[in-house]
Design a protein around this ligand. Sequence first.
Ligand code: HAM
Length: 421
Amino acid sequence: MAKKIQTPRGTQDILPEESYQWLYLENEIRKIFNRFDFFEIRTPVFEETELFARGVGETTDIVQKEMYTFEDRGGKSMTLRPEMTASVVRAYIQHALWNQGAVQKLSYISPMFRQERPQAGRLRQFYQFGVEILGTPGPVADVEAIALAMEIFNHLGLRNLTLRMNSVGCPKCRPNYRAVLRESLKNVKGRLCPDCQVRYDTNPLRILDCKKEICRKLTEDVPGIEDYLCEECRGHFNAVKNGLKVLEIPYTSDKRLVRGLDYYTRTAFEIVSTELGSQDAVCGGGRYDRLVFELGGPDVSGVGFAAGMERLLVIMRKNGLPLGEPPRPEVYFVSLGENAKTAVLKLAQQLRRSGFRCELDLAGRSVKAQMREANRIGALFAVIVGEDELSKNEAQVKNLENGTQTGVPFGKLPEFIRRDQ
Ligand code: HAM
């Protein structure tokens, strides 16, 4: 036998037994996107590597260790997108979307790619749903983004999520805090993990986010950024928190929350669940006031979030929350004889055009096996056609839920099925 080929490590097939749950989720998520008046954007799954290097940041784990980067046949460096924000901002600039309305509200549900070590809730291809609001520096946009994320989780029935909030300041006040942080870690620098020793020089805020026990301990008592924010950043942060209070969205302040992407300014947030183990973030986002400009666009602000679909599914399954139902055909055609098989093709076409989900025998089964199949797949009706029925232009319709059987003229099938189901 030829060698079997498996999915690449950290990727998964979504089979029909599960795909209906994805469809349900995507539908419900889109419903809430619509209520907040967002428009969907789709961008290529790969982009020029430079976009992410400049957008996400050269010193981030994503860019340094996790990107799927390859040279195309023309010798250009390309990368499978590890996240959407950079791509959405690229599209915003490329198509001058600010000409189509001062504020652009864009949503997406798309696969992302990161070459991380796979573990529960961490994949190499995973789906994110998210939004980007481009064109406004006002705190109301931050509140709307957070409210939208919470509304989706709420709508899906999730409780017990925690919203963590922080501000990471701006280019004006962050350097001060960076200096404070370096100063307070000066004496313990040598005991930080090797990664954090590098971060100490390149991006000390990121040390606060390190998951290593030793780094967490050593940073326990460092001052938080809140006390070092400039007046504008503090005002912005307070306004966001006030907005959340008005909407009765509870949050906790978390001075460690700095996020793993370089583009953030001011608001940073995560939504975490205790039911996810070590990969506990189901959603992350924040404001990015410099990114559009740094990628060659006008000096406009953005704010957004992205949430992991697989992690969301884990929580929903654990809590037994509704995830839709596998679709059941309304009609299964049971046919006997060659003429009936052909007639049934035509009848199925008619019923399908009337909007019914119909199945017919493709495997040449006996009548008995066809009846068994109709029951197995949970069809509501078996429409039985043999020589007798053909001569009368009438099918025997068996309601598989209550067992009743009725003769129904071929032309009346849609009407009967609509009425009887
Ligand atoms: P992020 O925190 O890197 O942010 O990812 C957002 C969410 O994607 C995470 O909270 C998690 O649920 C999910 N996720 C990330 N990596 C994986 C993985 N390897 N396997 C499974 N799920 C994963 C961003 O991507 C930003 N673009 C969010 C944003 C949008 N900020 C502003 N706008």
